[in-house]
Write a protein of this length. Structure first.
Length: 475
């Protein structure tokens, strides 16, 4: 059913209709469109623009449509242009001309961005909830390996020994920032565009503040032109999703390396692995690889929307139809990906012995020699040179640092006495890293405990917001 055409003497070409038709993807907005329509209906009725009898009939028909849409009993038809025209067709099929009253005082321009904000808030809250589950999986696994040593890496080269729990827990902090960004986004997105009309507001006695409150928004628009043209909330959501994707990709990269024969640290559960159609021995960490690969899709969706938005003049333009599919795709991607990565982390076992044996390799204790000399009041530049000389001697004689003799150490620097051997151990190196956020196991345990406490607070906040949203949608 077309919502326009009175001034046209010729119908659209088939190619025009096919290009502009959005019902194939925007039908997902139907429940939110119906909810916003109910809020708009109340204002039309309270303002005296619709009789009580008509308002009651439209309300009943909308509620019936909501049930039919949810069950699939009411669905789009080939002639429907978009979700709005399909739902108005449903109303007029039930009510005849009375169904047309609801269009008064609103445009598809303010209608669609209201629907999309509601859809985005609903699904971002769902993603936030999944992020808290992923955080807990990471933190639980980190706690399991707090007292296990492993090489820490920079440039994918052995750097300094770390608690492996510390290594794992770093990912939880990245997702904590993502949750903070989501909370900020929720505040900025909680602005109702309904009542802005096509771009200039309305001459009818509407009450945008009342509809905003009913729909759970914190405020209403300050500028009607901005209200219908703003898609910052879409771009910002896609940016947040892109960063989540990047953080998942880093997990995927590490798990893929750790599961390789060369590392052989990680044993990924069969439930989160796949095999080869030709090589029967293969066990591939496909979830980790897909986590790495999907990040490109998430970043690409952000770039698509930013590119679409950058040249739009004035108020609404049809280009804005292109905001939905990238948003929907990124949401769908994360809703599938997050539970899979969570499960992979929960069920992965790590080889403690292999990691511990690797921890001192690559001369990762060299910094301990330099720090030992600094404590003895030797300038760090000199201490650094001495530690480097110890490494050079080890490389030339195919030994590790702890295998240097007392005489060799003293020959390199007079203050490298026997006491240095106390710090030339992985245990000593870990225990000494007691500065804020450091890798000493006691500190790591405290960090994990604090992160879990923060996670519980986030989960409670998200759950509360989800409950409020569901109550709004069902009222």
């Amino acid at each position: 059913m077309a919502l326009w055409g009175g001034r046209f003497s010729q119908s659209n070409a088939e190619s025009t209709f096919a290009l502009s038709r959005s019902i194939d993807f925007d039908w997902r907005l139907a429940p939110y469109d119906i909810r916003a329509s109910l809020a708009h209906l109340r204002i039309l009725h309270s303002s005296g623009l619709i009789s009580a009898q008509s308002a009651q009939a439209i309300k009943g028909a909308l509620e019936e449509l909501a049930i039919a849409v949810a069950s699939g009993a009411f669905a789009p038809q080939p002639e429907d242009e978009d979700v709005h025209s399909a739902l108005e067709r449903g109303l007029t099929e039930k009510l005849g001309a009375v169904g047309g009253f609801l269009r008064a005082g609103r445009s598809r321009n303010d209608q669609v961005t209201t629907d999309l904000r509601l859809f985005a808030i609903d699904h971002v809250l769902e993603i936030a909830s999944l992020l808290t589950s992923l955080q807990i999986a990471i933190l639980d696994k980190a706690q399991e390996y707090v007292n296990d040593s492993a090489p820490g890496f920079t440039h994918i080269q052995h750097a300094q020994p770390v608690s492996f729990g510390h290594e794992l827990a770093k990912h939880a902090h990245a997702f904590a920032r993502d949750l903070d960004r989501i909370n900020d986004w929720l505040e900025r997105t909680s602005v109702s565009p309904l009542g802005a009309g096509a771009l200039a507001g309305s001459s009818l006695p509407l009450n945008p503040a009342a509809t905003a409150k009913e729909l759970g928004f914190n405020s209403t628009f300050a500028n009607s032109i901005d209200a219908v043209s703003d898609r910052d909330y879409v771009a910002e959501a896609l940016f947040i999703f892109s960063l989540i994707g990047v953080h998942l990709s880093r997990i995927g990269e590490e798990w893929t390396l750790w599961a390789s024969s060369e590392f052989a640290w990680a044993k990924v559960s069969d439930a989160y692995s796949t095999g080869s159609s030709i090589m029967p021995q293969k066990k591939n960490p496909d979830i980790a690889e897909l986590a790495r690969g999907k990040s490109g899709r998430l970043v690409g969706n952000l770039m698509s929307v930013l590119t679409m938005l950058k040249g739009l003049p004035f108020a609404y333009n049809r280009d804005l139809q292109e905001d939905k599919e990238p948003l929907f795709d990124s949401i769908d991607t994360l809703l599938i990906l997050l539970p899979a990565v969570t499960g992979m982390i929960e069920t992965t076992d790590f080889d403690r012995e292999k990691m511990a044996l690797a921890a001192p390799l690559g001369f990762s204790l060299a910094t301990e020699i330099a720090d030992y000399l600094v404590v003895k009041k030797i300038p760090f530049a000199i201490a650094h040179e001495a530690a480097g000389a110890c490494v050079a001697l080890c490389e030339s004689t195919n030994r590790q640092l702890h295998q240097l003799t007392n005489a060799e150490l003293l020959a390199i620097h007079a203050d490298l006495d026997e006491g240095v051997r106390e710090v030339l151990t992985v245990h000593g190196a870990l225990s000494s890293r007691t500065t804020t956020g450091g890798t000493a196991p006691e500190l790591v345990s405290a960090q994990i405990k604090a992160a879990k406490k923060s996670n519980l607070a986030q989960l409670a906040l998200i759950t509360s917001k989800q409950t409020n949203f569901m109550e709004m949608m069902s009222s």
